[in-house]
Design a protein around this ligand. Structure first.
Ligand code: ATP
Ligand code: MG
Length: 396
């Protein structure tokens, strides 16, 4: 596993974007933190984003790209550069190696060669700062229980992790993570998004607010206008900086219609997609998964969680959903309205307010699975599309 490699892609060939992204994201532990299509931007991006790997598609103008890359490679001797091309011209390969590229990957990229090459980077970077996991909690419809899971998962993981955990409120306009933990933040994520320069750890410490469970919170902006000024590069910068300080960075959101959505999903090591036993929620996740597949995202990093399950609902079952989506449900969280709403209204996490509740147990199980992945075998399996729900979704 290529643990903790942050990669930047330089690729001017629009038709190859998805293929290249999907190849790289198939490597466990590798995150694509930025994608650019203009070679002249490379230096500027590297000045601002800490990374371990730069993957450069030399096509369609290898001479030009090599010329731009040469001084940049010299400026960043600690970075590893891979070249990608359709051409196996010996002169070009030699020229790329002389420019300082460590690997020359011929298209279509061979999986073994790519794995070996990225493993070598992992070994080289092992002594550097450890990177925590970014966990995105994504609601497939409104009110499915996303924020409840983010808050309680954060509290559980904070107690398991060596370097604790932070919850980031990416519902930039209406988030209420701080309220659910009865915290009153003075600062917010907006204070870390004023610039794209590397963020100083002391600035992060100042922006965070700590809960008694040990979990830290990076609250949503205090004013609406601040939220609108936050861009995807800002978010990349903040999440990267946090992952150097914490073992777990838990993102509540982004909301479905947010412009920062694709960036967060790309950066996330694990995305928990939250759904309910309702057709609109299943329809949405079905569309989201198809779109992500088309865009080259690694669907293995996505886990499906059905929240608020109750035996009162027998028109749609977990088995129906699995069959429809061709993907296993990772876990279910039961509906416990009285308990959850009382915990919300008193600003307490479930582990304190109702430690023996079933909802708390389920969320603790999620935390355990994330913290001890080796104990939790392969639980994704294929299935054929059939049954009532397939008809509901218009697939038969
Ligand atoms: N397991 C549960 N049992 C009962 N009620 C729950 C459960 N999980 C969440 N709720 C309740 O459902 C409502 C919505 O929950 P929550 O805010 O977590 O959802 P959300 O997906 O973040 O919503 P939004 O789309 O507004 O961001 C809240 O009132 C919450 O108390
Ligand atoms: Mg929410």
């Amino acid at each position: 596993m290529a643990r903790g490699i942050r990669a930047i892609i330089l690729n001017s060939d629009e038709d190859y974007t998805k293929q290249l992204r999907s190849k790289l994201l198939s490597i466990n532990g590798l995150k694509v933190i930025s994608e650019i299509d203009e070679p002249a931007m490379l230096e500027n991006i590297l000045d601002n984003y800490p990374a371990e790997l730069v993957v450069v598609n030399l096509d369609p103008e290898p001479e030009y790209v090599l010329q731009i890359c040469a001084p940049v490679i010299e400026k960043y001797p600690e970075l590893t550069f891979f070249a990608v091309s359709e051409s196996n011209d010996a002169q070009l390969i030699l020229q790329a190696m002389r420019t300082g590229f460590r690997e020359f990957l011929l298209r279509p990229i061979d999986d073994d060669q790519l794995h070996q090459a990225t493993n070598r980077i992992s070994k080289l970077t092992n002594t550097n700062t450890q990177q925590g996991s970014i966990i995105c909690i994504f609601g497939t419809a409104g009110g499915v229980g996303t924020t409840t899971i983010a808050v309680n998962l954060g509290c559980e993981l904070a107690q398991m992790a060596r370097r604790s955990a932070v919850i980031v409120d990416l519902d930039l306009l209406y988030g209420h993570i701080a309220t659910l933990l009865d915290l009153t933040p003075q600062f917010s994520i907006a204070d870390l998004c004023q610039t794209l320069d590397a963020i100083d750890p002391s600035m992060i410490e100042k922006a965070l607010i700590k809960h008694e469970t040990g979990v830290s919170v990076l609250a949503r902006p205090l004013q609406f206008a601040q939220a609108q000024a936050i861009s995807a590069p800002n978010i990349t910068n903040v999440l990267n900086a946090l992952s150097e300080m914490f073992d777990y960075v838990i993102c509540d959101g982004p909301p479905r219609n947010s412009a920062i959505g694709p960036t967060v999903l790309e950066l996330a090591d694990i995305s928990l997609m939250i759904l309910n036993l309702t057709v609109p929620s299943v329809r949405n996740i079905d569309r989201i998964l198809r779109e992500m597949e088309r865009e080259g995202y690694n669907l293995e990093r996505i886990k499906l969680i059905v929240s608020r399950t109750t035996s009162d609902c027998n028109t749609l079952t977990v088995a129906d959903i699995e069959q429809t989506l061709n993907k296993k449900i990772w876990l279910t969280i039961p509906e416990e309205y009285k308990t959850v709403s009382a915990a919300v209204n008193t600003g307490q996490p479930l582990h304190k307010f109702a430690p023996k509740s079933k909802a708390r147990e389920a969320i603790r199980t999620i935390a355990n699975r994330i913290h001890n992945p080796s104990e939790n075998g392969k639980n994704e399996k294929e299935s054929n599309l059939s049954g009532l729900i397939a008809k509901v979704l218009g697939k038969q």
